[in-house]
Write a protein of this length. Structure first.
Length: 241
């Protein structure tokens, strides 16, 4: 999937996302220099953060995603550090100023225990006063927007059929992607299936606080306002204490 990931996420406003992170850093962690992106994928956000002047580390457990990230960084002559690690079990050689985890990366972890482990890892690898900024899909999005619905993406060079199966017991969604990508004069078919889990906002905040973080704010996506009953993605900002 890594070869088509950038095509399928071309609608994501990475520059705007990086700008929102930058504004939070300037407000709450003014002298930050290092930013580590968890679930970095092909590093589209990380490269935008590098453009803002931060020294970027990308962590992802997919070697193929990291290979694409390396190619993009080399093409742009950007110096980044890339690590193939599980975000719920990693260690860095030095403490970082900021950690970010965008595009519901934490929702992909297999259950809340793994989310707790990820929070603990960030706490061990972040300096006092550092920021942890991440977003997560809400239960509303899983139940109403994703649900048992299907979506079709017909884009230049790639066609994707997206089928969801919602499970009420843990507010999770099984997502199955059928991808047909253009390769020369033919199309290559790829199929991928994974499950995402959603949790109440109060549960996430409680876990942050139990791991030594002070909540700075919860926002409706990249907006300045707080989340509402129909918010699909909450952006959390917390500070290590």
């Amino acid at each position: 999937m890594s070869c088509y990931y950038d095509l399928l996420t071309a609608n994501v406003n990475y520059i705007g996302y990086a700008g929102r992170i930058g504004s939070l850093i300037r407000r709450y962690c003014l002298h930050a220099d290092t930013v580590t992106e968890l679930c970095c994928g092909t590093l589209s956000l990380g490269l935008c953060l590098s453009d803002l002047g931060y020294r970027v580390t990308g962590i992802d457990k997919s070697e193929n995603m990291l290979k694409r990230a390396e190619e993009k960084a080399l093409k742009r002559a950007v110096d980044v550090r890339l690590l193939c690690e599980d975000i719920s079990d990693f260690a860095l050689p030095s403490l970082q100023d900021v950690f970010v985890c965008p595009l519901d990366g934490l929702n992909h972890l297999e259950g809340f225990g793994k989310v707790k482990d990820a929070f603990k890892c960030v706490r061990k690898n972040i300096r006092p006063g550092g920021l942890f900024i991440f977003d997560m899909n809400t239960p509303y999005k899983h139940k109403i927007i994703l649900g048992d619905n299907s979506f079709i993406y017909d884009l230049p060079g790639v066609y994707c059929g997206w089928q969801n199966e919602f499970r009420e017991s843990d507010c999770s969604v099984k997502i199955t992607l059928d991808i047909f990508g253009k390769m020369d004069d033919n199309y290559l078919r790829l199929k991928e299936s994974f499950r995402e889990y959603a949790y109440p906002q109060k549960r996430i905040v409680k876990e942050l606080e139990s791991n030594g973080f002070e909540l700075i704010g919860c926002f409706d996506g990249l907006k300045m306002c707080g989340p509402g009953p129909r918010t699909e993605r909450i952006l959390y900002a917390a500070r290590s204490i």
